[in-house]
Design a protein around this ligand. Sequence first.
Ligand code: ATR
Length: 282
Amino acid sequence: MIDASTRLIALIGHPVEHSLSPRMHNVIYRHMDINGVYMAFDVLPENVGQAVHGFRALQIRGFNVTVPHKQAVMPYLDATDRTASVIGAVNTVVNDSGVLTGYNTDSSGFMRSLEYRGIDVRGRDVLLLGAGGAARAVATALAMHGAGRVTIANRTPDKAAALADDINNYVGGSVCSGAPLSDIGSISCPYMLVNATSAGMWPHVESCPLPADYDLSGVAVAYDLIYNPERTLLLKKAEEHGCMPVNGLDMLIWQAIEAIGIWFDIEVKYELALKGIKNIEN
Ligand code: ATR
């Protein structure tokens, strides 16, 4: 029941109408007796500062930030944790007595999703496709947790090289290098392949970021950050070669679990969050 003590958690992005987060969070809050409500707000880029000032005035407990505001929101916060600073993007903000602190739970959520599935990347080589915001969160997480060599392959090679340099200079832990996406056939078989490009995302479901002749045999884990569709062409190919497939619902779920931990100091079970996303109430 919504009453005078109900805490508001917001999501700001543009657009936000297709976000699965409100459904997932509200199911979790109901099941875990959290007196909170999660609402999505479509905020235009020029209004991000005003939205944050409004949240301060309303003293809401926190908010999530999605595309395209993850960087733009940072100047309006009072503090940023180290991971979010290194990534240069915030997706979760907590309000502690008027002090707004930004976190990046995309990154911590990615690592939690690996732990949950018993995937240990320490000292192991990873091939990361893409060099945008999602790839940056994943590369930072991998380096912070001591993955072996991380090769970042991108359609625009300069962006891959720049991201690899940033990781080597500001994070350390792993040795990162950049490569053109078209050249990955020559990269020796990684333990894990991560797709952080949007190739294969609905409605372009016939698209696959891997070159047609890329040999997946020997790759243990194929993680596609795309969740719509849940089985991309890349994951179908990976399964045919005996790789463990992981789709983007896992990262979506674990970034939410991490955020709820920050706001309410509560640990949510994966299965409950999955039910929330799938709209299964019981
Ligand atoms: P996100 O925040 O989801 O990471 P983004 O920052 O726009 O989104 O990054 C999208 C990534 O997908 C980029 O690495 C992009 O490659 P470019 O840097 O060359 O643009 C990649 N990408 C998008 N469409 C692609 C396609 N059809 N094939 C290969 N890579 C693609």
